[in-house]
Structure formats: structure tokens, C-alpha cells
Design a protein around this ligand. Structure first.
Ligand SMILES: N[C@@H](CCC(=O)N[C@@H](CS)C(=O)NCC(=O)O)C(=O)O
Length: 206
């Protein structure tokens, strides 16, 4: 059975858990790795994932890391309709997945660590504010896309929605300054009707 290693409070782990539930893929989940649990700096773990990050996912003898690559692999392997094969649609799916990791995830990470994992007296408020502004700029680009399409890569729910859903949850849940982004809000509320999204992503941030 597929093994998913990593604490479920990580958005990158949430993506894999959420996708597996959407696609009906069975898995065993070890939640006790990463963050306060540790165990991601052991020689055994680093031999699987030299980054010492979560998730690490094991399919038989094959070990994977990088959450978006993992869900693309699983989608292909299980022939999921959430990863459309038509060239242009697939490009749009992959573009938004790459965009999530390269453009918005670093800024939201800085804001989350600053506001949730750092005591008020130890916070670098200027750094948090700068990251929050850059994050909001990214979410504004997403809002503009969602003004045109029901979901991130078109009208249908696809793999492109999965990396961005947990980021949107944090965006609307953290105590930050947010521009009014009605299309983003409408899409986020649509995701909130999906049981696997609610189960894995609509959780307390840690
Ligand atoms: N690009 C990687 C990022 C992995 C990553 O940075 N994971 C974070 C959690 S979101 C992590 O492992 N942090 C250290 C920890 O949890 O101990 C991916 O998408 O899988």
C-alpha cells in the first residue's frame, strides 16, 4: 500500500492526502514526522528524502518527494480524470501547480511561520508584512483567473486546484490584511463543500 510520511499540518502533505481521497487511492499515513514530531532529520529519513522535508511518499520500492510531482505521478498511475491529457489543458494545470510552489508558497510560508510559530515578541513584523503583500499580490492574480473560470485551470476541478486549496485556506484564516477577492472567495467556498478538502485542509494551523 502507498505510504505517506509527514504531518498533516503541512500544506504539502495535505495535497497528497486530499488527492488520494479524491482519487480513491488507499494509503497508510504516518502523521508523526516533521515539525514538532521531528524524525525527518534521521539518517534513515534523509536517505529517502535528502531535503529532510515532508512529505515523502513510498509506492512499493519507489520513493518520492516534492508534493506536486507526487500528485502528478499518482494521477498518471491511477489514470485520474483530474489530470486532463489534452496538451493545452494539461499545460494550464501544470502552470498553476508550478506557480503555487514558486510564487505563492514561499510568501505564505513566511507569514505562517511569523504569525503562528513565532511568539509576538520575537516576530520580524517588517518581514511578515513584506511577505503578506507579495502573497496577496499572488492571490490577486489567482482571483483574476477565477473571474474567468470556475476552477483554477478551467471550469472543471483538476489537479491544479489541489496545491492552491490549502494555501487559500490559510489566506482566509490568518489574521492578515487581505484585498477583497470575491472570485477567490467563491472558489474557496466551492472547495469547502468537498469532504476530503474539509477533512485534510480545513484544520487548525500549526
Ligand atoms: N517543495 C516541497 C516542500 C516541502 C516542505 O518544505 N515541507 C515543509 C512542510 S510544508 C517541511 O518539511 N518543513 C519541515 C518540517 O515540517 O519539519 C514539496 O512540495 O514537497
Amino acid at each position: 500500500m502507498l505510504k505517506i510520511l509527514g504531518r498533516a499540518t503541512s500544506t504539502n502533505v495535505q495535497k497528497v492526502l486530499w488527492f488520494c481521497d479524491e482519487a480513491g487511492i488507499a494509503y497508510a499515513h504516518d502523521n508523526g514526522i516533521g515539525g514538532a514530531f521531528g524524525r525527518n532529520d534521521t539518517p534513515e529519513y534523509l536517505a529517502m528524502n535528502p531535503n529532510g522535508k515532508v512529505p515523502t511518499v513510498i509506492d512499493g520500492d519507489f520513493v518520492m518527494w516534492e508534493s506536486n510531482s507526487v500528485i502528478r505521478y499518482l494521477a498518471r498511475k491511477h489514470k485520474s480524470a483530474l489530470y486532463p491529457s489534452e496538451f493545452e489543458v494539461r499545460n494550464m494545470v501544470e502552470r498553476w501547480m508550478d506557480w503555487e510552489l514558486s510564487v505563492v508558497a514561499p510568501h505564505q510560508g513566511t507569514v505562517l511561520v511569523g504569525l503562528v510559530r513565532t511568539k509576538p515578541e520575537d516576530r520580524d513584523n517588517a518581514k511578515i508584512k513584506t511577505a503578506g503583500t507579495a502573497w496577496a499580490r499572488g492571490m490577486t492574480i489567482l482571483d483574476e483567473q477565477l473571474a474567468k473560470t470556475g476552477h483554477v485551470a478551467g471550469d472543471d476541478f483538476t489537479l491544479a486546484d489541489i496545491p492552491l486549496g490549502p494555501i487559500a485556506h490559510r489566506f482566509f484564516s490568518l489574521d492578515i490584511e487581505r484585498p477583497d477577492l470575491p472570485n477567490l472567495r467563491r472558489w474557496y467556498e466551492t472547495l469547502s463543500g468537498r469532504p476530503a478538502f474539509d477533512k485534510w485542509c480545513v484544520i487548525e494551523m500549526a
